[in-house]
Design a protein around this ligand. Structure first.
Ligand SMILES: Nc1ncnc2c1ncn2[C@@H]1O[C@H](COP(=O)(O)OP(=O)(O)O)[C@@H](O)[C@H]1O
Ligand SMILES: [Mg+2]
Length: 455
């Protein structure tokens, strides 16, 4: 497969051109990413260098408001249903790095699924963007969602993955050099430039997460949802990206004190209810006021998770849910009186402004080979399902034709059919149709039953 962007970044031109990220002196200060031994070789990257990212969003940042969000899942036939989110509310302020925290099973991923629009069945409540009801089509153009498991094309290198994404997402009027510039800018800032020729499957955990972010940064989203990020480098990078004008929402399980301090805003969930919403710094005064002060020398992030787990009693959970009014209270934001109301927001961003400021997406086409990658890429608007289906059918067509021709010749001659070209053509055409229909059925069954492929 020829990838336009990859041609200009061939191996000779990217062979470890050190200094590209321009921050080798500060490298020693960076903590290595958690749980990745391979990352140790590449600690020469400092997330602070991401400040050089040229693609700052051209439109005003967005203010997200959600109200009375519920989510119910069916557990199976005759097993009833389970409510995961219990009418939570919240306000996600622009230019902020926001952490959704809580014990395992609290509903963090579910809330992010709902906010990103990835989960729609069994969901109640409303999400507002800049004071107006969310229009999914417009929202998807300005947002992206990076799930807990990194869904990457493992056989493609970092450069190839980026080139493929650039071809799909950037407008076709950009030539390969302009696309290459965007790729170079992002990879340099995310510390992946030196790994341009490393295959996706060989990257460390932190690098994979960064590549997932890099792929989505190509069309410069305003809102980024990131599920389960616990390594310092990724969170530092998100902080820089957020302060450039994006709204970034990360779910974190149990952050260390230093990681916790990187977030601007925290949203704590416990058993589908909101325990606290406000700035990171106000968490300790909040607990103090609630009558459950954080013990001295205790990480406030650990303490609130312990409280949310019910270690200090169910009454504390109810107390916090009431105090935060299940996310309605805005008292713990800095300068909470000046937070604009929904009406105020609508006045700030008149409808007519939206007409000219919608970020544009690219053309839609491609050939991924895994259902999870397909659902991620389709959800993040890389291409339409129709284009995906047509491309995989076209790619399969030569093999189908050859296979079908061999089969038809053998069967036709061995069954002593009349050797007439018209008859043979009809036989061949019917066989080919059968092959195509069978393939479609295969895809349909694979999609419905989520067949797991072992490699
Ligand atoms: N489709 C589903 N069917 C049944 N239970 C689910 C489903 N999705 C999530 N859950 C349950 O809802 C709870 C919250 O899940 P999740 O949002 O993934 O939690 P977190 O990300 O906070 O660990 C968990 O107990 C999980 O088992
Ligand atoms: Mg989760």
């Amino acid at each position: 497969m020829m990838l336009a962007g990859a041609q200009i970044v061939d191996e000779s031109s990217v062979a470890y051109t050190s200094g590209k990220s321009g921050n080798t002196e500060t490298s020693a200060a960076m903590p290595p990413e958690q749980g990745s031994s391979r990352e140790a070789q590449s600690v020469d990257w400092n997330p602070a260098s991401a400040q050089g990212l040229h693609m700052v969003p051209k439109v005003d940042p967005v203010d997200i408001h959600f109200s009375n969000i519920t989510c119910t899942v069916k557990l199976g036939i005759n097993k009833g249903s389970k409510q995961i989110l219990h009418g939570v509310n919240g306000r996600l302020r622009p230019r902020q790095l926001i952490a959704i925290m809580g014990p395992s099973g609290a509903g963090k991923s579910t809330l992010l699924d709902v906010l990103s629009g990835y989960r729609i069945t069994g969901v109640g409540g409303a999400v507002f963007i800049n004071g107006r009801g969310r229009i999914m089509k417009r929202f998807k153009r300005m947002s992206c969602y990076i799930q807990q498991d990194d869904r990457l094309q493992g056989l493609l290198t970092v450069g190839e993955n980026m080139a493929l994404a650039a071809d799909l997402k950037l407008p076709t009027k950009l030539d390969k050099y302009e696309k290459g510039e965007v790729i170079e800018d992002i990879l340099t800032n995310l510390g992946l430039y030196e790994h341009m020729n490393t295959r996706g499957a060989q990257l460390s955990g932190g690098q994979r997460k960064r590549l997932s972010i890099a792929l989505e940064l190509i069309n410069n989203p305003l809102i980024i949802g990131l599920d389960s990020s616990s390594c310092t480098q990724v969170v530092q990078l998100c902080q820089t990206l957020a302060h450039q004008g994006r709204t970034i929402i990360c779910t974190v399980h149990q952050p260390s004190a230093s990681l916790f301090a990187l977030f601007d805003q925290v949203y704590v969930l416990a058993a589908g209810r909101c325990m606290y919403q406000g700035t990171t710094k106000n968490l300790v005064p909040y607990l103090q006021q609630a009558g459950i002060p954080c013990p001295k020398y205790h990480n406030p992030a650990d303490y609130i998770i312990e409280l949310s787990c019910g270690e200090y009693g169910q009454d504390k959970i109810d107390l916090m849910a009431n105090k935060s009014e299940n996310g309605k209270a805005l008292d713990w934001f800095d300068d909470h009186q000046s937070i604009p109301s929904m009406e105020g927001l609508r006045k700030l961003v008149p409808l007519s402004v939206l007409r000219d400021t919608e970020p544009t997406g690219g053309d839609e086409e491609t050939i991924p080979n895994e259902m999870s990658i397909l659902s991620k890429e389709h959800f993040n608007r890389w291409y339409s399902l129709g284009s995906y289906y047509i491309s995989i059918t076209i790619v399969d067509l030569p093999i189908s034709i050859v296979g079908c021709a061999v089969f038809s010749v053998i069967v036709y001659t061995m069954s002593s059919q009349p050797l007439e070209i018209a008859r043979f053509s009809m036989f061949f055409a019917i066989s080919l149709y059968t092959v195509l229909v069978a393939q479609s059925f295969g895809l349909m069954i694979g999609a419905v039953f989520s067949v797991v492929e072992h490699s």
